[in-house]
Design a protein around this ligand. Structure first.
Ligand SMILES: Nc1ncnc2c1ncn2[C@@H]1O[C@H](COP(=O)(O)OP(=O)(O)O)[C@@H](O)[C@H]1O
Ligand SMILES: [Mg+2]
Length: 221
C-alpha cells in the first residue's frame, strides 16, 4: 500500500535541472536505500519529501490526501522527519535535544520523561547524558539525532547519509539503530553510499541519476 507518493516533481537551481521525477511512491512500512552520485540530488529530494525545500512544480499524495508545497501541510510535517547528515544539536543537554520535538508538540512532562528514558535506552546514550552536546563525536551526535526522531514515532523517516564519516564502531551502532526503524512500521529512506547499508536485506533500492529515479546500476566489482 502506498503511503507517500510524489508526482511530476521538478527542481532546478539556476539553469540546472536537478530533479525531474515523474512518480516516486513509498509503501507503508517499507525501507529504501537511495543511492546516486554526489550532487545527484539525494539530499534535495529528501528535503522536498520532508517539506524543508519545495519543488518548482509537482504534487504529492499521503495516503488518500493530496498535498503540495504551498505550503507543505503542518499535519504532514508531523508524519515525515528528515535527519540531516550533520545533525544540529542545541548546546544545552543531550536530554533536552531528544525531547525538543515532544515539547514543541505539547506532549506533557510525564510522557516526555517516559519517552526520553525509552529513547536513551534504545540509542544507548546513558553514558553521554552529562556530556555537552557540542563535545559529542559524529557517531554520538547521529545517535542523539536518531533518538530525537524515534521519540516522535514518525511514519516516514528520511536519513541523509547517516553513516558517512563515522568510525567502524559508530557505523555499526548507527546501522543497528536504523535497522530498528526499518523493522518498525516506519517507512524509511536512507540516502547513502554505505555498502553495508545498501546490502541490508530489508532495503529496496532507489537510484537517482540524471534527475530521475532509475533502476540501480549493477555493481562493477
Ligand atoms: N540551495 C541551493 N542552491 C543552489 N544549488 C543547490 C542548492 N542546494 C543544492 N544545490 C545543488 O544541487 C546539487 C545536488 O545537491 P544535493 O541534493 O545535495 O545532492 P546529493 O545529496 O546527491 O549529493 C548540487 O550540485 C548542489 O550544489
Ligand atoms: Mg547529500
Amino acid at each position: 500500500m502506498t503511503l507517500l507518493g510524489v508526482t511530476d516533481i521538478a527542481k532546478s537551481f539556476g539553469e540546472r535541472r536537478l530533479l525531474a521525477i515523474d512518480t516516486l511512491t513509498l509503501s507503508a512500512g517499507q525501507s529504501y536505500v537511495l543511492t546516486g552520485e554526489n550532487g545527484s540530488g539525494k539530499s534535495t529530494l529528501l528535503r522536498i519529501l520532508a517539506g524543508i525545500d519545495a519543488p518548482d512544480s509537482g504534487h504529492g499524495l499521503y495516503g488518500a490526501q493530496r498535498f503540495d508545497w504551498h505550503p507543505y501541510p503542518d499535519w504532514l510535517r508531523r508524519e515525515v522527519i528528515y535527519v540531516h547528515q550533520h545533525p544540529y544539536l542545541f548546546h544545552s543537554t543531550v536530554a533536552d535535544n531528544i525531547v525538543y520535538g515532544l515539547r514543541a508538540r505539547g506532549v506533557d512532562a510525564g510522557r516526555r520523561e517516559a519517552l526520553l528514558a525509552a529513547a536513551i535506552a534504545w540509542a544507548r546514550l546513558d553514558h553521554l547524558l552529562a556530556t555537552p552536546p557540542q563535545k559529542l563525536s559524529g557517531g554520538e551526535r547521529q545517535r542523539v539525532a536518531l533518538a530525537r526522531a524515534w521519540v516522535l514515532s514518525p511514519k516516514v523517516l528520511l536519513l541523509d547519509e547517516p553513516t558517512a564519516n563515522l568510525d567502524a564502531e559508530s557505523r555499526r551502532q548507527t546501522i543497528d539503530l536504523l535497522r530498528g526503524f526499518c523493522a518498525a512500521e516506519c517507512t524509511t529512506v536512507v540516502a547513502c553510499h554505505d555498502r553495508d547499508v545498501i546490502a541490508l536485506p530489508e532495503m529496496q533500492p532507489l537510484h537517482l541519476a540524471d534527475g530521475r529515479i532509475r533502476p540501480r546500476p549493477v555493481a562493477s566489482d
